[in-house]
Design a protein around this ligand. Structure first.
Ligand SMILES: N[C@@H](CCC[C@H](N)C(=O)O)C(=O)O
Length: 264
């Protein structure tokens, strides 16, 4: 099957973006895995399908490299207005998002975080400010849903944590019935932190936009961060701010690399 696609990325979190606004394209878990394969496919962390919107400008569906379909992807959301060439409203499985072109990327209103244990979701009721759980040296994370599920650990040094081994243990722990994205962060100042993410369904990535939103929301909840902060990820920096009504505003770059066609 022939596939026309755009290769895009947000801070090195890379995507195969399929623009199906005028002609429908069918993607399922098997096709998503084949496209994402870095040896036999195109290679990417996520596959993004942009479709027409009914009540919005466009719609967006998201698959991780392992073929799992998910509701949110912050970095890909910044890519949408860049691809379309204007500010857009986007229908996603997590609700309607608004993305506005800004600088070399976009600012997206990512909505309000939820700290409800049911919304994360967790297997049973727990204090989501500090889950009473530990995996190796990582203990008592904040759990938060920002359209997708995350845990956030505040640690003394993100570079000293073996996230490549602890990440999968946490992602697949049965306490997270829909698996989980795993973020570790250390705060340098109330308006500046450093973080890394193990992504559900994709592993270690250079950046995770929803991970940055989750980490900022967790930092605000614990009073570690100011209402606006810079977050340094392995692939570069994002700016997060909290609006008056508690929404998370994420700003950062989004890059179109090339347009191609593949038999996949
Ligand atoms: N890279 C994304 C998040 C993609 C989805 C995530 N791995 C999940 O399974 O929820 C981002 O920039 O937010």
């Amino acid at each position: 099957m022939s596939l026309r696609f755009h290769k895009m990325h947000g801070l090195g979190n890379d995507f195969v973006v399929v623009d199906a606004r005028t002609d429908p394209v069918a993607i399922d878990a098997d096709r998503a895995r084949a496209i994402a394969d870095r040896h036999t496919g195109i290679g990417c962390d996520q596959i993004i399908l942009i479709g027409p919107g009914s009540d919005t400008d466009v719609s967006m569906r998201i698959w991780n490299a392992d073929g799992s379909e998910v509701a949110a992807c912050g970095n890909a959301t910044r890519c949408v207005p860049v691809l379309v060439g204007r500010d857009v409203s986007i229908r996603t499985a997590a609700g309607i998002l608004h993305a506005a072109l800004e600088g070399d990327g976009a600012t997206v209103d990512m909505g309000k975080p939820s700290f409800d244990w049911n919304a994360i979701p967790l297997a049973y009721a727990m204090d989501t400010r500090a889950l009473p759980l530990a995996w190796g040296e990582l203990a008592n994370p904040v759990a938060v849903n920002v359209g997708n599920p995350h845990v956030v650990f505040f640690v003394p040094d993100v570079h000293a944590v073996p996230l490549e081994t602890l990440g999968p243990d946490i992602e697949y722990d049965l306490v997270f019935p829909e698996r989980i994205n795993v973020n570790i962060a250390h705060v340098l100042a109330p308006d500046h932190l450093v973080m890394r993410t193990w992504e559900r369904g994709a592993g270690l990535t250079r950046a995770c936009g929803t991970g940055a939103c989750a980490t900022f929301a967790a930092g605000r909840l614990l009073d570690l961060l100011a209402p606006s902060a810079r977050l340094d990820l392995p692939g570069g920096s994002l700016r997060l701010a909290e609006s008056g009504d508690g929404h998370l505003l994420m700003s950062g770059p989004a890059t179109h690399v090339f347009t191609g066609e593949a038999s996949l």
